[in-house]
Design a protein around this ligand. Structure first.
Ligand SMILES: [Mg+2]
Length: 290
């Protein structure tokens, strides 16, 4: 059985009453953008983002976007366009996750020392790699920075996180020139890493699938197929599968995260393995009714 505490949300750092957060870079981390983007209609989510954000929220992390928007200083678009772009991003994230709210707050820095718009042409404490946005968010939202993380695709994200006292995950290949604590290929993998590292304080949930026929789960080949499917689904969706436990007629999965995470994984596992069962000669449904 899992050694994780069950039934305790663990949404707060035990050493403090303040919340934990995961700060998220925007461009190249949550959404596609290889240049200045101020047009809400052009927002495209990157793949492998949504399930990780659900997992982090389920485990009590606030999600806060911190993004340099030097395009404002360069006269490419205005602050209103940045706000509209963030509204569109939030809408797409809500659609992708099924949640009513995904991002708790958006912070952006419109300043740049080489901007063409005089009002915004200067260095600013909010511009990453400076930690100003993280520090402001910590004050605004009661966040304990030492219990928090930043995920970004540039070294300036890592540096901003380190300067604020957060741990960091760089989206990209590991390389020796980075000060990042960890590397990941996408946000789902980064979320999984965060929940793994902070495991003692995060919630675990349990869900059981009951087979339609007694003894069917004694079949070693079937058990192996279900195990492989569960591990693959968990990895793809950024969920940490803590354990699978077997009886003759049921399999119980323990996952890091809340009930929604566990139920989502179970539904996919049920669908995938039932299909496998039919293909391999099963004449009746593998699992008992919904
Ligand atoms: Mg970026």
């Amino acid at each position: 059985m899992s050694s994780l505490p069950k039934g305790t949300a663990g949404s707060k750092d035990p050493a403090t009453t303040r919340d934990r957060a995961v700060f998220l870079d925007r461009d190249g981390t949550l959404m596609e953008n290889d240049g200045d983007l101020g047009d809400p209609s052009k927002v495209v989510l990157l793949p492998h983002v949504s399930q990780g954000l659900v997992s982090l929220r389920e485990n009590g992390f606030k999600l806060i976007v911190v993004t340099n928007q030097g395009g404002v200083a360069r006269g490419k678009y205005d602050e209103a366009a940045v706000v509209a772009t963030h509204a569109r991003l939030e809408t797409l994230l809500c659609q992708a996750t099924g949640l009513m709210c995904v991002i708790d707050a958006f912070y952006f820095c419109p300043f740049h020392p080489e901007g063409s718009v005089s009002e915004y042409r200067r260095e600013h404490a909010w511009r990453k790699p400076s930690p100003g946005m993280l520090q402001a968010a910590a004050l605004d939202h009661g966040i304990d920075l030492a219990s928090s993380w930043i995920i970004g695709d540039q070294e300036r994200d890592v540096q901003a996180g380190a300067a604020a006292g957060c741990r960091s995950i760089l989206i990209g290949s590991p390389h020796g020139n980075s000060a990042a604590d960890y590397f990941a290929t996408h946000v789902n993998e980064a979320a999984s890493r965060i929940l793994q590292v902070d495991a003692p304080t995060v919630l675990a949930s349990v869900v059981t699938l009951h087979a339609a026929n007694p003894n069917v789960l004694n079949d070693k080949v079937l058990r192996s197929a279900i195990t492989t499917a569960a591990e693959s689904l968990a990895e793809r969706s950024g969920v940490r599968l803590v354990s699978l436990e077997w009886s003759r007629q049921a399999v119980t999965a323990t996952v890091q995260g809340g009930e929604l995470i566990a139920l989502g994984l179970a539904a996919e596992l049920r669908r995938t393995t039932d299909r496998w069962w039919q293909v391999h000669g099963g004449s009746t449904p593998l699992w008992a009714g919904e």
